[in-house]
Design a protein around this ligand. Sequence first.
Ligand SMILES: Cc1cc2nc3c(=O)[nH]c(=O)nc-3n(C[C@H](O)[C@H](O)[C@H](O)COP(=O)(O)OP(=O)(O)OC[C@H]3O[C@@H](n4cnc5c(N)ncnc54)[C@H](O)[C@@H]3O)c2cc1C
Length: 247
Amino acid sequence: MTKDKYDVIVIGSGIGGLCAAALLGRYGKRVIVCESHTIAGGAAHNFRRRGFEFDSGPSFYCGLTDIQSLNPLKQVLDVIGESVAAVRYDPLGHYHFPEGTLAVYSDGDRYRQEVAKITPVGARELEQFERRLLPLYDAMKGIPALALRADWQLLPVLLGRYLPSLLKMLPNLPLIQASVGNVMDATVKDPWIRRLIDLECFLLSGLKAHGTIAPEVAFMLGERSRAGVEYPVGGSGEIVNALVRGL
Ligand SMILES: Cc1cc2nc3c(=O)[nH]c(=O)nc-3n(C[C@H](O)[C@H](O)[C@H](O)COP(=O)(O)OP(=O)(O)OC[C@H]3O[C@@H](n4cnc5c(N)ncnc54)[C@H](O)[C@@H]3O)c2cc1C
């Protein structure tokens, strides 16, 4: 009986399911992953046509090769003894607007210099917006995602090991549940910059600023500037292969 063979059944082999299953396996649980598609990876699977490899979903990654990475996926790969080769690239792309084209550099200052070519006032407002969010990133980066657990033992872990970061978090508490749209309303009037922020939020979460939580954008801005953007050699499927191997 399946019940006697496995401790945990994970439904779905997306990156989320594979990470959960790999960690459970690492901690000694007997795990099976059930997938309704013919291949693993969910939104992040690769497919091949006429000799070309295509990604079905994600293509922007941060911190896949960084030893101090804050990327939870990299932390899972480390824990299960796996790694992927990745290539860093900058700018990560170009935005084409009717008002002009701008290169999206990882470094925040360089990116704002590009923005200033279209709206110098807006670039200053964008800086205010980032300044409001980056202290939250600074506090979050001291607490690895793998340390966050869903039971009461979260408290002793946080208090015992991450007290300085927790204290840094206190002034940022109102931002944790807030929409980044509120931060935008408080710091940015320029309609073009507001559209730019909406665009970046959409690329990140599929929703505009008012539907996107502030920590998500804070983390994206901070990590993009600190670690840069990378692409796994062989495509996103290589991450899936590494997780499946580790599992
Ligand atoms: C077009 C696109 C671009 C993206 N770009 C980026 C990016 O650049 N950077 C980034 O970090 N993120 C990006 N993302 C987001 C990222 O791909 C997803 O957040 C992540 O892959 C989701 O993983 P998941 O495991 O949560 O879910 P999914 O990948 O959706 O996995 C769910 C899995 O469960 C399976 N399943 C569902 N129901 C059942 C069932 N009843 N029985 C068996 N199996 C089942 C599905 O077939 C699927 O394989 C992008 C997403 C898309 C779609």
